[in-house]
Design a protein around this ligand. Structure first.
Ligand SMILES: *Cc1c(COP(=O)(O)O)cnc(C)c1O
Length: 431
């Protein structure tokens, strides 16, 4: 596709980054199942290794199928470049890696995917990094948590699983004032429902495992760069602003400008950490993205109907979905996420932990799995699974209390989903 002036989202989700294969004319993006690429000659090879010319060397770094996906996601998010990696968690490490060093910290929201809380509160300590957890509704507390060693601010747009939406413009203003990049995990909203870069985010991370791929086939992740952050404004980001010994003293920001973060992600991040996405995986995700907006509209429509139905049901204690008028986040969601607040929410079941276990065991269409963003409807009881490693206090803060189940509403016939919930709730709450 040529760079159209103002192509719409539905056009870009099908075409961005892709062009007919130059060798064969193949219309669908081929799966370039090749680890290496023949150099034209020794000079060409040297230029590639010196980053003087862009091209393919080895698939740990770049692969033509993965490159199409990178360009497509970057386009949909309104970024200048993207680096795909092996999972959403890999993307989170890849987003922090150029920014952090031993002794540095990241200020993060308490309302995050359970696995991210564990990654940030435990695992990153092994690198000498740390995370300071803050309630992102308390903007004064976010500003106060930033200190001289802070290198980034991190949150989710629509949070998994708490029915919470972040006021991204407010948080972006705080990060900006402190001279720090804001990283937004946009997995649950997708670029169709939310465009964090337009609201001031510097970087966007995704678990492409979820809605972008859409049918629960492959794990993957992506880091998108807005290209808008000035990495040389302070001495806080030497990986991007100072000479890089592994490339003869090249300075990424000076040399690559707005593409500095993306080039660093490939030339240092993927080269040395090796969290690479494979071309088969990229192919499934490219196919998924072609129908992203159609699926998201149906996901949201079904989620709204089901959340409203559950909210009125006697067997349910409470539903937390920012798409409900009763939600404390309804106004913010309407303003910042006008196409919908996603299709993921939690509900508290009367009868607590035991009723939740019976509910998940008795559903027939909903699958009990540790995934979300599938075309299929999914349910999980976070307290006994994904959020099991957390303290009860952390579970509550993350919207995953023991009496709470998380639903990821699929694109099936909504009446069938309602009937399934009805019969399973009867069994779960029977005396
Ligand atoms: C699933 C998920 C992740 C982690 O992604 P993986 O692909 O499973 O590594 C991170 N953030 C959010 C919001 C997620 O839903």
């Amino acid at each position: 596709m040529t760079d159209g002036p103002n192509y719409g989202f539905d056009t870009l989700q099908v075409h961005a980054g892709a062009r007919p294969d130059p060798a064969t004319g193949a219309r669908q993006t081929p799966i370039y199942q090749s680890t290496s690429y023949v150099f034209r000659d020794a000079d060409h090879a040297a230029a590639l290794f010196n980053l003087q010319e862009v091209g393919y060397i080895y698939s740990r770094l770049t692969n033509p199928t993965v490159a199409v996906l990178q360009e497509r996601i970057a386009t949909l998010e309104g970024g200048v470049g993207a680096v795909c990696c092996s999972s959403g968690h890999a993307a989170q490490i890849m987003s922090l890696f150029p920014l952090m060093g031993p002794g540095c910290n990241v200020v993060v929201s308490t309302r995050l995917y359970g696995g991210s809380i564990t990654q940030f509160s435990q695992t990153i300590k092994r690198f000498g990094w740390s995370a300071t957890f803050v309630d992102f509704d308390d903007t004064d507390a976010v500003a106060a948590a930033i200190d001289d060693d802070t290198r980034a601010v991190f949150c989710e747009s629509v949070s998994n699983p708490g029915g919470y939406v972040t006021d991204i413009p407010a948080i972006a203003a705080i990060a900006d004032k402190a001279g720090l990049p804001l990283i937004v995990d946009n997995t649950s909203a997708t670029p169709y429902l939310c465009r964090p870069i337009e609201m001031g985010a510097t970087l966007v991370v995704h678990s492409t495992t979820k809605y972008l791929t859409g049918s629960g086939t492959v794990t993957g992740g992506c880091v998108v760069d807005s290209g808008k952050f000035d990495w040389s404004q302070s001495d806080k980001f030497p990986s991007l602003s100072a000479p890089e010994p592994a490339y003869h003293g090249l300075k990424f920001h000076e040399t690559f400008g707005e593409l500095a973060f993306t080039f660093h992600g490939i030339a240092i991040g993927l080269r040395d950490l090796g969290m690479t996405m494979n071309p088969q995986g990229a192919h499934y995700t490219l196919l998924g993205i072609e129908t992203l907006s159609l699926r998201m509209d149906r996901h949201v429509a079904n989620a709204k109907k089901i959340a409203a139905w559950l909210e009125k049901d006697d067997r349910i204690e409470k539903v937390t979905y920012a798409g409900l008028e009763s939600s404390p986040y309804a106004e913010r969601a309407g303003k910042l996420y006008p196409k919908g607040a996603g299709a993921l929410f939690t509900c508290a079941v009367k009868g607590g932990y035991d009723a939740c276990i019976k509910l998940v065991d008795n559903l027939e269409i909903f699958s009990h799995v540790a995934n979300l963003g599938d075309t299929r409807s999914l349910i999980i009881h976070p307290a006994s699974t994904t959020h099991r490693q957390l303290t009860e206090e952390q579970q509550e803060a993350a919207g995953a209390a023991p009496d709470t189940v998380r639903l990821s509403i699929g694109i099936e016939t909504v009446e069938d989903l309602l009937a399934d919930l009805d019969q399973a709730l009867n069994k779960a709450t029977a005396a």
